[in-house]
Design a protein. Structure first.
Length: 366
């Protein structure tokens, strides 16, 4: 049975899949316009990913609908706290206390402001992420609970079996998260296309067989630990005329994809492929090599640079892409570098969200 977007987005946020939740919600703006929970959810998701400008915008829209909601007030209060505007933050926290005298988040935030609320300390808490303890609560992450339970049960099972049986090596590839609930229903197989194609434009117009093929390949790639290949098929679905319920399942599958390392990365697209069809590779991970130029340390502590892709030898530049890091990476500017990053876009321009860098200890790179 299909679930509404707000329910799915909230479950994604509880699992800390904020980018996926934001994308899912923003795609349904026309349906949920003037819906308080919709704007509140978007504002909170943006707050957690550090997009403060969007958080302010969505919170203000929510405030135009309802003024005294505790979750909203906490979100707006912590935005002022992040900026060092403790007087405005206190006004909001006092309003929270008026409506909910026992609210623990407001109590802790007001105590922090009273004892340690100088601007330097606030900046350090924002930089380290400790400020998130004052964000609107999302509750316990169910993925963490599940992992703890599974780990505990597995440990017990291994202990019991170890006392009875001689352990044998299992060389078969381990299965990933159970995605049985993501298989297409009979209704989805029979009616995989969006009925009304006039409401929006699509990058890919697919027939019934193509939609089913793309979706099933995404599931297959996921189980084979080929997350980039799965992401490409997910993107094809999300940018196509596939039905809303199929797109919803594709979004959930996307939330299961893992962050790779240099060693585990597979199916990495090259620069030319991404430039030719960026929508198809959005949120994929790449390991592109080259040299760095125009590095900038931003006021919020983030780091931005230009990667001259393919310029390791200093002869040919395949292209130039902006790379952003949340913290300053350790890069020697006179040496080639390989950057592991996620493909993103802003203002229709592709950039990389940098995660890791590699530079050979020897001159040059292999």
């Amino acid at each position: 049975m299909a679930r509404d977007v707000l329910t799915v987005a909230w479950q994604l946020m509880k699992r800390r899949k904020f980018a996926t939740a934001i994308k899912l919600l923003e795609d349904r703006l026309e349906i949920y316009e003037n819906n308080f929970e919709y704007y509140l959810m978007l504002g909170t998701a943006c707050l957690y990913v550090g997009d403060i400008g969007s958080a302010v915008t969505y919170y203000q829209r929510a405030r135009n609908i309802k003024l005294t909601d505790t979750r909203l007030l906490l979100g707006q209060a912590v935005i002022f706290l992040r900026r060092g505007d403790t007087d405005r933050a206190l006004q909001y926290y006092m309003e929270v206390r008026d409506n909910d005298p026992e609210n623990e988040t407001a109590k802790k935030a007001m105590e922090f402001i009273r004892t340690r609320g100088d601007y330097d300390t606030i900046c350090r808490w924002v930089d380290t992420g400790r400020i998130e303890q004052f964000y609107p609560s999302l509750g316990v992450n169910p993925d963490i609970v599940a992992k703890i339970i599974i780990s505990s049960l597995a440990a017990i099972l291994v202990t019991v079996l170890g006392m009875v049986f001689v352990p044998k090596k299992d060389y078969s590839e381990g299965k990933r998260q159970n995605i049985t609930e993501l298989t297409l229903t009979t209704e989805e197989k029979n009616n995989p296309q969006e009925k009304d194609l006039s409401s929006r434009s699509y990058s890919y117009i697919l027939n019934d067989k193509q939609i089913a093929k793309s979706y099933n390949e995404a599931l297959m790639y996921f189980q084979s630990h080929r997350d980039n290949a799965a992401q490409v098929e997910i993107n094809r679905i999300l940018n196509s005329n596939a039905s809303f319920s199929i797109k919803q399942k594709a979004q959930v599958l996307m939330s299961y994809l893992e962050v790779p390392t240099f060693d585990t990365l597979s199916d990495s697209p090259d620069y030319s492929a991404v430039q030719k069809e960026p929508a198809l590779y959005m949120d994929c991970w790449v390991a592109w090599g080259g040299k760095i130029s125009n590095a900038i340390l931003n006021n919020d502590g983030s780091y931005t640079c230009q990667l001259l892709v393919g310029y390791e030898s200093g002869k040919v530049v395949d292209g130039i892409v902006t790379v952003t890091f949340k913290v300053t990476p350790n890069i020697a500017f006179d040496q080639p570098v390989k950057i592991l990053g996620k493909i993103s876009s802003e203002d229709n321009k592709v950039y990389l969200e940098g995660r890791a860098v590699y530079q050979s200890v020897k001159e040059g790179m292999k």
